[in-house]
Design a protein around this ligand. Structure first.
Ligand code: PHB
Length: 260
């Protein structure tokens, strides 16, 4: 693959262009894309043009670019994440009908939870989770569940690095985080009050495929509305999803991607 003067390949540059699109930047001018991707203006304009040509990006009448349906189509088709989401959705809908707040499904990716699905009630409380959005492993309830099952080398690396404080109650002390993870393993669920935002509490359980924790199923509730029944509801739903994942006709959904 041809490299630029700085040594990055065309693929690197394309990924940087695509990665400038996030929930705060869904529509951008080619110049903004170039600047946010750290590319010379002319390179940015050319790459955006090529991506529009291929349908991976789309351009509106004002020349603003956004992610194209073709990119969504190619990324979603045959993805392991899609299989996991499909297996989880019926049970997630049952959880959502009971809790009437937020129900979400996340997987570990790097040192974060990447959310594959979120169901929300119109009158539900605060929740910063976005589909295809990320939260730190140590701060969210889903992340704590995944971290509690992470390989020891991954856990030690995360404990050795500074633990970012997102809210007053985020656990940032490594010894306290170790104790929290021991609690998660003992209880079989994580409860994270005020850890992401002071106003909400996350509760999550692990989802296993063939004995391996592959995802976390969680709910987000307004602070003060925590209810002991939620963990029981989540555990029952996890059992249903695990049964769906174990069906002989299904291939494995093991997509655990911790960086060691
Ligand atoms: C959580 O999983 O703990 C969580 C996620 C998003 C929020 C609050 C809590 O907004």
């Amino acid at each position: 693959m041809a490299n630029s003067q700085t040594g990055d390949s065309v693929i690197d540059r394309l990924v940087r262009v695509l990665a400038t699109f996030d929930s705060e930047h869904t529509e951008q001018s080619p110049s903004d894309i170039a600047r946010r991707a750290g590319l010379p203006l002319s390179t940015g304009h050319r790459l955006v043009g090529d991506l529009v040509e291929s349908g991976l990006l789309e351009r509106d009448e004002d020349g603003q670019a956004r992610v194209g349906m073709r990119l969504w189509e190619l990324a979603t088709r045959g993805s392991l994440a899609l299989g996991l989401r499909q297996a989880a959705l019926p049970a997630m809908e049952r959880v959502q009908a009971l809790v009437r707040q937020h129900t979400q499904l996340g997987v570990a990716d790097g040192d974060q939870v990447l959310f594959l699905e979120r169901l929300s009630h119109p009158q539900a409380g605060a929740n910063i989770t976005r589909i295809a959005g990320r939260l730190p492993l140590h701060a969210s309830s889903s992340g704590l569940v995944l971290l509690a099952a992470a390989p020891p080398a991954v856990l030690e690396r995360i404990l050795a690095a500074p633990l970012e404080r997102l809210a007053p109650e985020t656990i940032t002390d490594p010894a306290a985080l170790r104790r929290k993870l021991a609690e998660v393993r003992r209880l079989g669920h994580a409860i994270a009050p005020g850890s992401i935002e002071a106003v909400s509490t996350g509760i999550a359980v692990p989802l296993r495929d063939r004995g391996v924790v592959v995802a976390a199923l969680g709910v987000v509730l307004p602070r003060g509305e925590e209810d002991d029944r939620v963990a029981t509801i989540l555990r029952a739903a996890a059992g249903e999803i695990e049964a769906a994942l174990a069906a002989p006709s299904r291939s494995s959904t093991i997509l655990v991607t911790f960086k060691s």
